[in-house]
Write a new protein. Structure first.
Length: 227
C-alpha cells in the first residue's frame, strides 16, 4: 500500500504547490510538464512491454480486448457518465468543491495506470507504475487546482480507496498466477501505458480504456486455459 500512499501524498503536494504558485504557471510551462510526463510514461511502458514472455498471447489479448472495449465504447461511456455527473452538480447548484472533487477523481482513476499499477503492486510488489502515476497526478494537480478549485484535494481519498481495492483484489488471484502469467500481464500493461504516453505527447489519440478488457482476457487464458 506504500505506493498508494505516495500517490495520495503527491496529489496533496501538487495541489498545495498549485495554490501557492498559480500565478507563475503559464501555458508554456504546462506544455513542458505534460511533454516531460509523456516521455517518462512512454519509457515506463516500453520497459514493461519488453518483459513479455508469450508475445503472441499478449498481442491477441490486446486485439481481442480492444475489439470488445471498442464495441462496448468503454472509455467514452466512463467519461460520459462523469461529465453527466458534473453537469448535474452544476445544474443543481453543486459547489465548486464538489465539481473539482468529481472531475479530479475521474481523471486520476479512469485509466490504465491505476489498474495496471495496482495489480503490479499487489501481485509483484512492483511499485514503479504507481510511483510514475504519483508524479503524473501530482504534476496535473498543480494545474487542476487552479481551474477546478480546492475540491481536487478530495480526489486523493478516491484514488486511495479505488487503487487500494484493486491491490486487495489482486491478493486473491495471486496464488492462481504463474511467473509467465505475471510477465505477460506486465507486458500487456506496458502496452496500455505506452498508449497513455503517446496521448500525453499529443502524437495520436488512443483510447487506452477500450483496451482494458485485454487484461481480463489474458488472466482468463492463464488461469483457466493453461491450468
Amino acid at each position: 500500500m506504500q505506493a498508494n500512499l505516495v500517490n495520495m501524498l503527491a496529489i496533496f503536494i501538487g495541489c498545495s504547490l498549485g495554490r501557492l504558485a498559480g500565478r507563475f504557471m503559464d501555458k508554456k510551462l504546462e506544455d513542458f510538464l505534460m511533454t516531460a510526463m509523456g516521455l517518462a510514461v512512454l519509457y515506463l511502458g516500453i520497459d514493461m512491454a519488453l518483459k513479455t514472455q508469450t508475445a503472441l498471447v499478449v498481442i491477441l489479448s490486446l486485439v481481442l480486448g480492444g475489439i470488445l472495449g471498442t464495441k462496448l465504447d468503454i472509455e467514452d461511456r466512463l467519461y460520459g457518465y462523469g461529465n453527466k455527473l458534473q453537469a448535474k452538480l452544476a445544474k443543481d447548484g453543486g459547489t465548486n468543491f464538489a465539481t473539482g472533487f468529481i472531475g479530479a477523481s475521474l481523471l486520476f482513476c479512469i485509466g490504465s495506470m491505476s489498474i495496471v499499477g495496482s495489480l503490479q503492486a499487489g501481485l509483484e510488489k512492483n511499485y514503479a507504475t504507481l510511483y510514475a502515476k504519483a508524479i503524473l497526478d501530482g504534476t496535473i494537480s498543480v494545474v487542476l487546482v487552479n481551474t477546478l478549485g480546492p475540491g481536487v484535494y478530495g480526489s486523493l481519498v478516491t484514488v486511495g480507496l479505488y487503487q487500494g481495492a484493486i491491490v486487495v483484489f489482486s491478493k486473491f488471484i495471486d496464488p492462481l498466477l504463474t511467473p509467465a502469467a505475471l510477465a505477460d500481464l506486465t507486458g500487456l500493461g506496458g502496452l496500455l501505458i505506452m498508449a497513455i504516453g503517446i496521448n500525453l505527447l499529443g502524437l495520436k489519440k488512443i483510447k487506452a480504456g477500450d483496451m482494458l478488457p485485454g487484461l481480463l482476457i489474458l488472466l482468463v487464458y492463464h488461469i483457466f486455459i493453461l491450468a
